[in-house]
Design a protein around this ligand. Structure first.
Ligand SMILES: [Fe+2]
Ligand SMILES: [Fe+2]
Length: 345
């Protein structure tokens, strides 16, 4: 993670979670948030650059079990980013009281909108039948494994719904749990689980269009998580007493529930038998990812599981090389500069 500057002196003692709408960009209180905003701008991509039509021939080659997996996956993608965007607007933007932090969140909101458009395009291309497509968009109500994940997300959105200002330590802890939930459990686990299916299919030579778009979404989600963990780290430096043993246990419980939600989704996707991807492997992968999120938060691992998916180990490298290729066209639109790859995801 980026090194977070030491807390400011007591004379200038406005804290990141103090209520209000700080407008002062100079002097800048949190320049590391502004750096993340600039890094994100350099990572701009558009949905039109991803050709999904090349996947259509592959869709006809899938076995019934693989077709079931893909239809569940796109049904999850149909609404996942919209839920994240809603929490960003309703909760994160309201309570992260830093104009440079809000710049980053504005940029993240744009990226979530691009993801929503990407998955809309995916459903329009993969699911031409209107009835089937509307069923995919209703999955949060009708498909139990997706409804359970949505219920988990909505419960955590609602947990801070009444909070208009973080005036007590209890309020701040509640907000931090919401922030950590969306970064570690939703972007950092539900989405990572979904990406694993995409890269598994790519490792079998299937759906390269989806995988190429996923590279960009993956990169964006990694950065969203990194920003959220920067916010957590900044608050920890300013108000270390918020991070007590109860809080750590609540984070563990939340992640354990998220793993169980995602395992139930995996049972649904893999129930008909997918060669080369077992439920046991997926469970181990999810536990491994959950332990990594705990490590970033300075909390002991719960599972001690290894990553069983070689194609996900390779993903980090693949994604970075794509990013460097991408920068050729980024220069063409006049965006220059360098991006650091020091985030361990
Ligand atoms: Fe997203
Ligand atoms: Fe995101």
């Amino acid at each position: 993670m980026t090194t977070v500057p030491a807390p400011r002196p007591a004379a200038d003692r406005q804290l990141l979670l103090d209520p209000g709408m700080d407008l002062t960009l100079r002097p800048m209180r949190y320049p590391h948030f502004f750096d993340r905003f600039k890094d994100a701008i350099r990572n701009t991509w558009t949905v039109e650059e991803v050709d999904l039509h090349s996947d259509l021939a592959d869709l006809h080659r899938l076995s019934p079990a693989e077709r079931h997996l893909v239809s569940r996956l796109v049904a999850f993608f149909a609404t996942g980013d919209t839920i994240v965007a809603n929490n960003l607007v309703l909760n994160l933007y309201q309570h992260v009281n830093s104009p440079e932090g809000r710049l980053y969140l504005s940029r993240q909101l744009f990226e979530e909108a691009v993801h929503v458009q990407f998955y809309l395009n995916l459903l329009d291309t993969y699911v031409p039948d209107e009835q089937e497509r509307s069923e995919a968009f209703a999955a949060v109500e009708n498909i139990p494994s997706i409804a359970r994940k949505a219920e988990f997300c909505f419960r955590w959105i609602d947990s801070v719904h009444e909070l208009r200002a973080l005036t007590s330590k209890a309020d701040r802890r509640a907000f931090l749990l919401n922030l950590i939930c969306f970064a570690a459990c939703i972007e950092g686990l539900f989405f990572y689980g979904a990406f694993a299916y995409v890269y598994y299919l790519r490792s079998r030579g299937l759906l390269h269009g989806l995988a190429s778009g996923t590279n960009w979404v993956f990169r964006d989600e990694s950065m969203h998580m990194a920003f959220a963990f920067d916010v957590v780290e900044t608050v920890r430096r300013e108000e270390p007493d918020l991070f007590d043993a109860d809080m750590a246990q609540q984070v563990r419980d939340m992640l354990a529930e998220a793993v169980e939600c995602e395992v139930q989704f995996a049972e649904d996707l893999l129930t008909r038998g997918i060669s080369g991807m077992s439920l046991a492997d997926m469970r181990e992968y999810l536990q491994h990812v959950a332990d990594r999120r705990l490590a970033v938060l300075g909390i002991d691992p719960m599972y001690g599981s290894k990553n069983p998916f070689a194609f996900m180990e390779l993903q980090d490298v693949q994604e970075l090389s794509n990013f460097f290729e991408r920068r050729v066209s980024a220069y063409q639109v006049g965006v220059t500069g360098t991006v650091g790859f020091d985030d361990d995801f």
